[in-house]
Design a binder for this molecule. Structure first.
Ligand code: HEM
Length: 238
């Protein structure tokens, strides 16, 4: 009975729930985005699908950060890895950085998606732009640190004790890298969509949309495959 509500069980429950939420909401983003790209629908329907995809996308974007925060704490609580005597400090730092990161992500969403007739004040727009750079920078730094720690541990001498967790962190760093790939490849797609919404659908503009979206889709599908493999690795714990 004690185990039912112990902190580790609660963290693990949230960690697994986040994985489900991530994949489920990502499927929603994919479906809404394919309707957004479909020239058979009216501009109004496509715009509504774009709005839906935008809010659903906050699920996976937030889940990456939450999974990392929970994962770091569980790594030390469960004895899967060690950070000398600094477990609590590292877990608290990860939680604080994660909370600020999440606030930044949601602020950026609020700036980028005003309701009809609403405008955002200039300082918010500036902060949103600055955060975009910080977000990409953080993802690059996190990817680098995770990959180095994981490979160092897999080679025998690093802080992660369990092989499955080392492999998982390499895979997770690839996921974060794919997220950076999406962020870098999406602005040209957005520009073509804005052009279609402002000036109407023409075969040339729809073709431009098909041509620009390819790279982003490769990253999206790679993330699905990597998340599936991570779940397998986490359950198998080889
Ligand atoms: C896409 C990202 C991730 C997914 C889909 C994922 C998925 C999972 C799943 C399904 C479990 C449950 C396994 C089981 O109970 O048998 C789990 C456990 C765990 N994960 Fe993750 N995880 C992710 C990221 C991370 C990260 C980044 C870390 C570490 C920094 C981490 C550390 C852990 C730990 C320590 C456990 C606990 C193992 C146990 O006590 O059974 N995870 N993860």
């Amino acid at each position: 009975m004690d185990l039912l509500f112990d902190p580790y069980t609660i963290l693990k429950f949230l960690h697994i729930a986040m994985a489900g939420l991530w994949l489920g909401m990502d499927m929603g983003v994919y479906t809404a985005s394919s309707k957004l790209r479909n020239p058979a629908f009216s501009i109004e329907t496509r715009a509504a699908m774009g709005k839906l995809a935008g809010i659903l996308d906050m699920g996976p974007r937030s889940a990456v950060v939450v999974m990392l925060m929970l994962g770091i704490t569980m790594t030390f609580l469960g004895g899967w890895g060690s950070a000398g005597g600094f477990h609590t400090e590292l877990a608290i730092t990860a939680a604080l950085v994660g909370l600020v990161w999440l606030a930044g992500l949601w602020h950026q969403f609020w700036v980028d998606h005003p309701n009809l007739g609403e405008t955002r004040a200039e300082p918010h727009i500036k902060l949103g732009k600055r955060f975009r750079t910080i977000d990409i920078g953080l993802r690059v730094v996190v990817t680098g640190i995770l990959a180095v720690v994981a490979i160092w541990s897999l080679m025998g001498d690093g802080p992660i004790a369990a092989t499955w967790l080392g492999v998982k962190l390499v895979l997770f760093s690839l996921i974060v890298a794919c997220g950076v790939g999406i962020r870098v490849s999406i602005p040209p797609v957005r520009a073509v969509i804005a052009d279609i919404f402002a000036n109407g659908s023409t075969p040339e503009r729809e073709q431009a949309l098909k041509d620009t979206r390819g790279m982003a889709l490769v990253f999206v599908k790679s993330i699905w495959a990597l998340v599936a493999i991570i779940i397998w690795v986490s359950v198998a714990k080889f």
